[in-house]
Write a protein that binds this ligand. Structure first.
Ligand code: GAR
Length: 202
């Protein structure tokens, strides 16, 4: 049975992309193959991670192109590469309805909180953990969900809780949420979806 073709969209450091690469190398991601990495940001280290892993990595510069041309170019590349699953892994752009409606049930995102807490427009990266600490929650975590036209609003696929500890800073909390939740549930959810797609196609 042929594997689902996966594209990963990134903007920064790419530790979640690395978790997917490691899962593929260890055979935990086996129903899908990482076929393309696209960054909106030319300085993203994630593109280097793709290159080191032998995965085609490219930049489509959103700042230069603007939202519409960026999405058009992205769609063109995803279709050329016959991508089945689009994974947003630390991807800091909001995609339009025109884009999301083209790939229903095929786009997933990892968010560093337990949705519906600390999510939606303006909640990304470290900001999410700053807000969680400010609120004083004792438990936070990560969510993998489908992407639709509502930021962080698509159906939840998987979640994992992580304890907040005394003395946490946004940075220490971010790291713990990554280690204990994001890097585990993202590869698991991507394998699950890849398997479903392979079974439906095969
Ligand atoms: C991760 O914590 C990811 O969940 C979050 O940004 C970080 C990126 O890390 N994404 C969002 O906030 C998207 N709304 P990475 O580049 O090392 O994977």
């Amino acid at each position: 049975m042929s594997k689902a073709r996966i594209a990963v969209l990134v903007s920064g450091g790419g530790t979640n992309l690395q978790a997917l690469i490691d899962a593929q190398n260890r055979g935990k991601l086996r129903s899908g193959e990482l076929a393309l990495v696209v960054s909106n940001n030319p300085d993203a280290f994630a593109v280097m991670r793709a290159k080191y892993a032998g995965i085609p990595g490219e930049v489509i510069n959103k700042k230069e192109l603007g939202q519409e041309a960026f999405e058009e170019k992205l769609i063109e590349r995803l279709e050329e590469e016959k991508i089945d699953i689009i994974v947003l892994a630390g991807f800091m752009c909001i995609l339009s309805e025109k884009f999301t409606s083209r790939f229903p049930g095929r786009i997933v995102n990892v968010h560093p909180a337990l949705i519906p807490s600390f999510c939606g427009k303006g909640y990304y990266g470290l900001k999410v953990h700053e807000e969680a600490l400010k609120y004083g929650v004792k438990v936070t975590g990560a969510t993998v969900h489908f992407v639709n036209e509502v930021p962080d609003g698509g159906r939840i696929i998987m979640q994992k809780a992580v304890n907040v500890e005394e003395g946490d800073t946004p940075e220490t909390l971010q790291r713990r949420v990554m280690e204990q939740a994001e890097w585990q549930i993202l590869p698991e959810a991507v394998e699950m979806l890849s398997k479903q797609i392979c079974e439906n196609n095969g």
